[in-house]
Design a binder for this molecule. Structure first.
Ligand SMILES: Cc1cc2nc3c(=O)[nH]c(=O)nc-3n(C[C@H](O)[C@H](O)[C@H](O)COP(=O)(O)O)c2cc1C
Length: 341
């Protein structure tokens, strides 16, 4: 079980962290991304109420294995006591830390007072954080947006409250709730908050390349960065960012893309039913293909494939062929413009 200082030490050694993404950062993908260099991993948002009712679907989201450590379980909910019990349960399940989702903009979650809704009521936020913190001995982290809307950005106040209540770090997605996924993440604002924050801050939003990850670290002074969608376009981003950050010459990495995909495929098939495996295998292949020659035709072909073996065969052919090609810059294209944080 990680202590506060152990978790921070991990971050100091490697500040590049996979951002939680519902339906994507599941058991298999977290294992894969830890192998690919993400410093720590966090589950997608897990409903505290679902844990209260011991819903199988909810509990499945919490499954992990030893290779994923340090592993955090991200919780969302409205009732502090219920979230606190869910946090305690996460600790009993062996999680290294608990992360609270205060960033989800999705109406279904926000309407009930979950996710980013709490950014409008900082007394409620304090109560939530302190109630959960008291219930656990493992570290507690939170993930927020810059504020509810552009008139009420309050990440600095949230950081002060979090520090008072013993939170280990605050991860800030540099958009307001009102922005959803539009516009650009505001890294100037993240830098301002970091400069005054009495606790470690992780910045997040729109990092697509290893160079950008390192530049954000250097320019803003944050203690770490979360990378979400960028890891779907470039699964090598963590390893490359870390070697750049450490000032190492770019490692001659094994760029055998086919083998990489095969390794993810094995993890997916070990965890998921045949039907879900087929969906996940196609999704990841389609994302990893971004910016490579022939990506559009490849996507069409795999979404028409009738079986896992056909998807695998087509994907291995494609990834085998692109290993030496350069990836085009696709940063101006819209890509996964919705999610829970
Ligand atoms: C499909 C999708 C699902 C997401 N699910 C979650 C989630 O479960 N919990 C959370 O805190 N953030 C979630 N997010 C937000 C990401 O963690 C991250 O804050 C956001 O994507 C911005 O970072 P990026 O530009 O590096 O992707 C999700 C984002 C996407 C695109």
């Amino acid at each position: 079980m990680a202590s506060d200082s152990k978790l921070l030490q991990t971050l100091q050694q490697n500040p590049f962290v996979l951002a939680p993404m519902a339906g994507i950062t599941d058991h298999a993908f977290r294992s894969f991304m830890r192998e690919m260099g993400s410093s720590v991993v966090v589950t997608e948002l897990v409903s505290a109420t679902g844990i209260e009712y011991q819903s199988k679907k909810t509990l499945d989201l919490m499954s992990y294995d030893e290779g994923q450590r340090p592993i955090g379980i991200q919780l969302f909910g409205e009732e502090p006591e219920i979230v606190a019990r869910a946090a305690r349960f996460s600790q009993e399940k062996g999680a290294d830390f608990v992360d609270l989702n205060f960033g989800c903009p999705v109406p279904k979650v926000v309407k009930k007072g979950g996710g980013s809704a709490i950014l409008r009521d900082l007394d409620a936020l304090r109560t939530m954080v302190s109630t959960v913190k008291k219930a656990i001995d493992i570290p507690l982290t939170i993930k927020i947006r810059t504020g509810w809307d552009s008139e009420s950005r309050n990440a600095d106040e949230v950081c002060r409250i979090a520090a008072d209540e013993g939170v280990t770090w605050v991860a800030i997605h540099g958009r307001t709730r009102a922005q959803a996924y539009e516009g650009q993440a505001d890294w100037d604002y993240i830098a301002q908050v970091k400069a005054k924050a009495p606790l470690p801050v992780l910045g997040n939003g729109d990092i697509l390349t290893p160079d950008q990850a390192v530049r954000r670290m250097r320019e803003t002074g944050v203690d770490g960065v979360l990378i979400g969608r960028g890891a779907l376009k470039n699964p090598y981003i963590f390893r490359d960012a870390l070697s750049l950050w450490r000032g190492e010459q770019r490692l001659e990495l094994d760029r055998n893309f086919g083998r990489l995909y095969q390794s993810l495929a094995e993890k997916i098939q070990a965890q998921c039913s045949e039907q879900i495996s087929q969906i996940q295998l196609r999704k990841f292949a389609a994302w990893f293909a971004t910016g490579y020659p022939g990506a559009a035709a490849f996507r069409k072909a795999i979404f028409q494939s009738g079986s896992i073996s056909e998807t695998m065969e087509k994907s291995l052919d494609f990834f085998g062929a692109i290993s030496l090609s350069a990836q085009e810059d696709t940063s101006s294209e819209r890509f996964l413009m919705g999610g829970h944080g």
